[in-house]
Design a protein around this ligand. Structure first.
Ligand code: NDP
Length: 419
């Protein structure tokens, strides 16, 4: 019996809410709150006849801590699921601390305004000291560790697929397959086709910021940064086939480098089609990916926000997207003194997801782990006071929940390695 406040009602939140409603013996009450309340009302009306979960809705601007505190005080949830945008992570964490409520999200903090001088000073120092230049990193949320510990509250960070399930796969490999891990390659393949020349699978602004940034990987105790899309490999993915994939910076590398300290190299690869890359390069060359406001006919506009308004809403891709995703981790390391390799991954079908919850597989593969992470917190399997990433908890009940609720694992002990 528990009450959960979900903030956000976009592509990922909609899947997480559908899945919570399938487990109404745990999620007895849900409040869905977002900037646009009509979207929450529409989803609540669609789900009400199909679930025993009691659903209410509210309007909230999650950039405003006081509005969040007022909402949490009136709703009295056991857990706040932040499935809005990474820009709201800190305000929602502040409100959870003020109200004494557990917190979780699916992506680590990044600022909406990357021109803010106060943020920029911290960012530039981190770029120099750490050696990677992504706008997002864990330092902002790890700074809340002591506050959450002292309040006796749990904050679970990045509980989607990647980050999220990929870290549970690492914890599983460490617990059950290896004595020590030498290398981790995280492979994210989307073999789906939505028929548009260019569209992003999740929030366009967050997605394009991530993909157009320099790539980086962890090797022998430090970051190696490379120009965007400059390392390409081809891989033959189970149930998808041959795809080109590119090395990107990704947030879970940062936490895994600390939590699996013996690891010598961690890389992250994502597949992209040529049409996506051509469009992205062109948009970047003409300045459309810029996050800095420009003056247009007497009005200030942020180019990437304007672009977002033109692109298809990722939540609308469900009916059009056909094909499968394949996301997982390949490990090398040692077990009982012998060299060993291991690959654990999930294959997910876009059309099956659409039939079940009305969304494509990218939202599905993020929303299901968000629900399963909430399930771990609400059923007492994963609560220790402080701020944690997924690999810091026992992976067994989480992976069992993923197997049960739509993202079953596949394994190979003889995978083809990435050179
Ligand atoms: P969408 O853009 O589809 O949805 C975002 C939602 O957040 C919308 O409902 C929006 O409301 C709401 N929102 C935005 N700003 C505010 C605010 N100030 N106050 C209240 N609500 C707000 O995004 P996605 O569903 O695609 O992504 C959600 C999250 O999941 C993101 O953080 C993304 O980075 C993360 N993600 C994580 C992945 C993983 O594997 N870990 C993979 C994919 C995504 P409105 O519609 O009114 O603007």
């Amino acid at each position: 019996m528990s009450k959960v406040l979900v903030i956000g009602c976009g592509g990922v939140a909609s899947v997480a809410i559908h899945k919570c409603c399938q487990v109404s013996e745990v999620f007895t009450e849900l409040c869905i709150a977002s900037r646009t309340k009509s979207k929450c009302d529409k989803l609540a009306a669609e789900l009400a006849p199909k679930t025993a979960t009691k659903i209410t809705t509210a309007r909230v601007d999650a950039d405003d801590v006081q509005q969040l505190i007022d909402l949490i005080t009136s709703c009295k949830p056991d857990l706040v699921m932040n499935i809005a945008l990474p820009y709201q992570d800190l305000t929602i964490m502040d409100a959870c601390l003020a109200c004494g409520v557990n917190y979780m999200d699916t992506a680590n903090y990044e600022p909406e305004d990357t021109d803010d001088p106060a943020w920029r000073a911290v960012y530039e120092k981190r770029c120099n000291e750490a050696g990677f230049s992504a706008y997002f990193d864990y330092s902002w949320q790890w700074a809340y560790r002591k506050k959450f510990e002292e309040a006796g509250l749990t904050a679970l960070l990045g509980c989607g697929f990647d980050p999220g399930v990929t870290q549970a796969y690492c914890a599983h490999a460490k617990k059950h397959e290896f004595d020590s891990i030498d290398t981790i390659d995280i492979l994210d393949c989307n073999g789906g086709d939505h028929g548009y020349a260019f569209a992003t699978n999740f929030n366009p602004e967050v997605n394009l910021r991530e993909v157009s940034a320099p790539g980086s990987y962890w090797e022998n105790g430090h970051w190696v940064e490379i120009p965007p899309m400059s390392i390409r490999r081809e891989y033959d993915f189970d149930q998808v086939g041959h795809k080109d994939m590119y090395l990107l910076h990704h947030e879970e590398i940062e936490s895994l480098a600390l939590t699996i300290p013996e690891v010598k190299r961690i890389r992250f690869f994502m597949t992209f089609g040529q049409s996506y890359l051509d469009h992205m390069r062109c948009l970047e060359n003409v300045g459309m990916l810029s996050t800095s406001p420009v003056d247009f006919e007497g009005q200030q506009i942020v180019p990437i926000k304007f672009l977002k308004a033109l692109l298809p809403d990722p939540a609308s891709l469900g009916p059009r997207t056909k094909g499968k995703t394949n996301i997982g981790c390949i490990f090398t390391g040692k077990k009982d003194g012998q060299d060993k390799t291991y690959y654990i991954y999930n294959v997910c079908d876009h059309q099956e997801c659409y039939k079940e919850v009305g969304s494509q597989a990218i939202s599905y593969t993020t929303g299901v782990p968000a629900m399963c992470g909430a399930l771990m917190l609400l059923t007492g399997k994963w609560n220790k006071p402080g701020v944690y990433t997924v690999e810091e908890f026992d992976p067994d009940p989480f992976l069992a929940a993923l197997d049960k609720y739509g993202l079953p694992r596949s394994e190979s002990r003889t995978p083809v390695l990435v050179d």
